[in-house]
Design a protein around this ligand. Structure first.
Ligand SMILES: Cc1cc2nc3c(=O)[nH]c(=O)nc-3n(C[C@H](O)[C@H](O)[C@H](O)COP(=O)(O)OP(=O)(O)OC[C@H]3O[C@@H](n4cnc5c(N)ncnc54)[C@H](O)[C@@H]3O)c2cc1C
Ligand SMILES: *[C@@H]1O[C@H](CO)[C@@H](O)[C@H](O)[C@H]1NC(C)=O
Ligand SMILES: *[C@@H]1O[C@H](CO)[C@@H](O)[C@H](O)[C@H]1NC(C)=O
Length: 478
């Protein structure tokens, strides 16, 4: 990568980056470090997209922060393929395998880049569902990983004279002349104008687009709330310049988004961490448990969505109670105290719960199962975290919040190459156009592993930035 653009070079045209989440940030860093000017366009008031909300971490194998000598790229590759599902791995097999290889093989380098070159703390490692090893990295402090990564990269980019950042500016069209992408049309404060330059498209997914792309590709999920901002997906802009879509109906639903009692119909929900259930928490519907709370995200979501929904037009949601006893609360205190502060959970007594007679009976039975009093769980749960409520009464303290399934992540998007080129119907790269992040497809298949989304943003965002810089250099010399 030696195509530095020298000061005084005739090329003053920047590379355009559409969307300023982690994929756009990563691409921009690579351009700036090569001396290429970058013009970033972000429709929201603030940069960060959904990336800034990421709370679990980013995957990497092998890294010096993992337990030494156990995990391998091969194990990470296999976990990703298993999660993608045999049915989808049978289609577009070679494309998928190449992308998954590139993602997993570059994961260690991605972590090193963030830690050693960008100065981000990623020293803590956890094992998330679907992973055979602990490989999801986050920092030791209280700032969640999405925010700490995004804010650090942002600060460095904003200090560069090569960076132009326009927020509150929506890209409405991609301009193509003689089969080459040459710029974009943008709309800002009711005015439309054109900006020239090659384009890196990092506009995220469509999980928050419940009446648009979600309704088009997954009508059964239309109206569901989301952990993402309630904004339209932008992938049609790429389709219009002959990009191809894959896996658009593959959508990840998370079973537990908090319903805020102050704004129950709000389309964007806060995620209730999986740890609440892992540490012992149970889910009640009208006072009764109805599923093994540690089943997969998909199994729990499907079970809830098979029940009749509340009708809060236009939001479609369910009324499930998440309940922790005192010991489960103590084990998740930092999380729960934060949720209570936000008004999403509260401390109460069993007496105050809906159908309290039934709820008390349910909690008694669960307690007997936890204590191993000769009864196994009829719903098949076999680990109970810290739950230890013995002889519950109406007065027993519980910590509760209402939760509902939420659309969390969209696996589908545009077909792209391991070089982050957007491909046309003949599988040829569209010149002057790259993409990275949630807007792309082919890596996750039926199910994205936790921590692999931030990773794809860094890996393919950087590749997009590097290749766009080379492209500029090539034009420069021509
Ligand atoms: C609550 C939550 C927790 C998560 N936790 C994790 C985690 O721990 N680990 C993990 O790996 N993943 C996690 N994810 C998923 C991950 O955060 C996202 O998938 C990923 O960050 C997407 O990054 P991106 O850069 O592709 O898109 P985004 O970060 O969403 O950025 C896209 C940007 O493009 C802008 N944009 C879109 N269209 C246009 C347009 N036409 N013109 C101008 N701008 C436009 C958007 O406004 C947005 O700012 C989580 C997601 C959520 C919501
Ligand atoms: C991954 O799968 C391949 C093919 O099935 C197998 O040969 C390899 O040993 C697996 N790797 C690990 C670490 O399990
Ligand atoms: C796609 O292109 C057509 C024809 O130029 C245009 O009318 C339409 O608005 C475009 N759609 C998007 C989403 O860019």
């Amino acid at each position: 990568m030696s195509s530095r653009i020298h000061p005084g070079s005739p090329s003053s045209c920047p590379v355009i980056v559409v969307g300023f989440g982690l994929a756009g940030l990563s691409a921009s860093c690579e351009l700036v470090v090569r001396g290429v000017p970058v013009h970033i366009l972000e429709r929201q008031q603030k940069p960060g997209g959904n990336s800034i909300k990421a709370s679990s971490g980013i995957n990497g194998v092998p890294t010096r922060f993992q337990a030494q000598g156990s995990d391998t790229v091969s194990a990470f590759y296999n976990d990703t393929v298993d999660s993608a599902g045999v049915n989808l791995m049978k289609m577009e097999t070679e494309t998928r395998k190449k992308l998954i290889s590139s993602l997993t093989e570059s994961s260690s380098e991605a972590i090193n880049w963030l830690v050693d070159e960008q100065g981000i703390d990623l020293t803590r490692v956890a094992q998330l569902g679907g992973h055979s090893h602990a490989r999801t990295h986050r920092g030791a402090g209280l700032t969640p990983p999405g925010a700490s990564i995004v804010l650090k990269l942002l600060k460095q980019l904003q200090a560069s004279p090569l960076v132009t950042l326009e927020t509150d500016t929506t890209v409405t069209k991609i301009l193509k002349t003689n089969a080459v992408v040459v710029g974009v049309e943008v709309s800002h404060a009711g005015e439309t104008r054109k900006i020239e330059g090659p384009v890196i498209f990092t506009a995220g997914g469509f999980a928050g687009d419940s009446s648009g792309l979600l309704a088009r590709y997954r009508p059964d999920l239309a109206g569901l709330p989301s952990t993402n901002e309630a904004l339209p997906g932008s992938v049609d802009l790429l389709v219009n310049v002959s990009a191809q879509l894959l896996d658009m109906e593959q959508v990840q639903v998370h079973p537990t988004g908090f319903v805020d009692p102050k704004e129950p119909a709000k389309p964007t929900k806060f995620l209730a961490a999986e740890a609440l259930r892992g540490e012992g928490g149970i889910l009640l519907r009208h006072g009764k448990r109805f599923i093994n709370e540690l089943a997969t995200r998909k199994e729990i979501s499907d079970e809830i969505m098979a029940l009749p929904a509340e009708d809060l037009q236009p939001t479609k949601q369910w009324d499930i109670l998440l309940v922790l006893d005192e010991a489960a609360y103590q084990a998740t205190k930092t999380h729960v105290d934060f949720y209570m502060w936000k008004g999403l959970m509260r401390k109460t007594s069993i007496f105050e719960l809906e159908n309290s007679d039934v709820a008390l009976e349910t909690i008694k039975k669960y307690g007997a199962v936890v204590q191993g009093k000769g009864v196994s769980d009829p719903l098949g749960r076999s680990t109970f975290g810290n739950w230890n409520l013995e002889n519950p009464t109406f007065e027993s303290a519980v910590y509760v919040g209402t939760v509902t399934p939420v659309v969390h992540y969209t696996m589908g998007g545009v077909i792209f190459s391991p070089k982050a080129e957007v491909l046309d119907s003949g599988a040829s790269p569209i010149k002057g156009l790259w993409a990275a992040g949630e807007t792309t497809s082919g890596i996750h298949g039926e199910n994205r592993l936790g921590g692999s989304s931030l990773l794809e943003c860094v890996v393919f965002g950087r590749i997009a930035g590097q290749n766009a810089a080379t492209f500029m250099g090539a034009h420069d010399g021509a």
